[in-house]
Design a protein around this ligand. Sequence first.
Ligand SMILES: [Zn+2]
Length: 380
Amino acid sequence: MPSSPQAGPSRLKQQRTDDSDLGVASTRSVVRDEKVWFDDGNVVVCAAARDGGDGLLYGFRCHASVLAARSPVLKARLELAGADDDMLDGARCIDLNDAWEDVRDLMRMLYGFMSIAFERRCNDTVALIAGSLRLATKYEMDDILLRLVPLLERDWPSRYTEWQRGEVELRRRHEEQKAAARSNNIPFVPDAQQDPAAVVQVAQQARIRSVLPAAFYELCRRDIGDGTAHRPLDASRLSRDDFQRITIGRERIAAAARRLFVDELDRSLLNDRLPLANGERCLRAGQNERNRQPACCRPLYAWWHEVAGRGTPYFSPKDPFVAVTRACAFLLTRDGAGGSLVQVQACATCRRALARLMHAQAQKLWDGLPQVFELNALPI
Ligand SMILES: [Zn+2]
């Protein structure tokens, strides 16, 4: 996908019809990039369009000193360059065996022509930075990687608390946009989110392992092949290995969710024990029940059994984190707010303790995602 629509190939093809846009050299001609073409540049970096394209070479007239300062690989390449190199208007030509679209994005990033949206999981982000990430990895351009990798890591964090924060922010943005559309009496069109398949693809190409657990998890909870304008998913970006990881991952997540959120929580509640913090005491415990909370554990067990009980749709094994977050929010609602069974029959201390325990179990499941998807086996 061209990452800068205003400068797609068609525009450049049109430029070619104008002779002034063609650099003329003894051995070659190139289509000049409309941004990165400096008269005082001493090197023309050349690349061809992806998949053969139109057969044209696209050139970027830039500075050898800038390339060498940013990339040890390009520095070595420039040092190797000799008298045999093609020349173009007095500048040496350096051919890169990379897709023009990627080279374009990298060069524009290098010279500060690329601006990136900072909204979380904005669809444009991956399209804008994928080419630069691929090439910055290949040419060991640490400065560019240091700028771009955190953008992906923010959107696809490896820490559970960060993931949750992102989910809350996305939901809030969605609701705000919906409310704004309603009050302006216009149809609600949500912003497109990032395609997790595109993230999985570029993360493997650019060896950014840290974003893969979250991106694979997102793929697991989505219906592959069922992308929408709001939540795009281009399955053609996924390899056979990726599909296997998703299939196995779903089974393992469901099994882990049953173990962590049903079996282990059941055991705790059936034994009348919840992990109370220092100084906390069940508000309904009798004098002789200092270390046990039967008065609260039993109604909590009944409630959770109903919520997470086998076969109920509320607790989705495909997306357990959402279900647990919802259950924790319910447990932490103020006394009597909903007048529900659990609020009436279990004390605030024990409800808080159960919510803490659920959060800790969710954290365990999240931290296990690299194993769930066997990411250590990836050759990256
Ligand atoms: Zn209690």
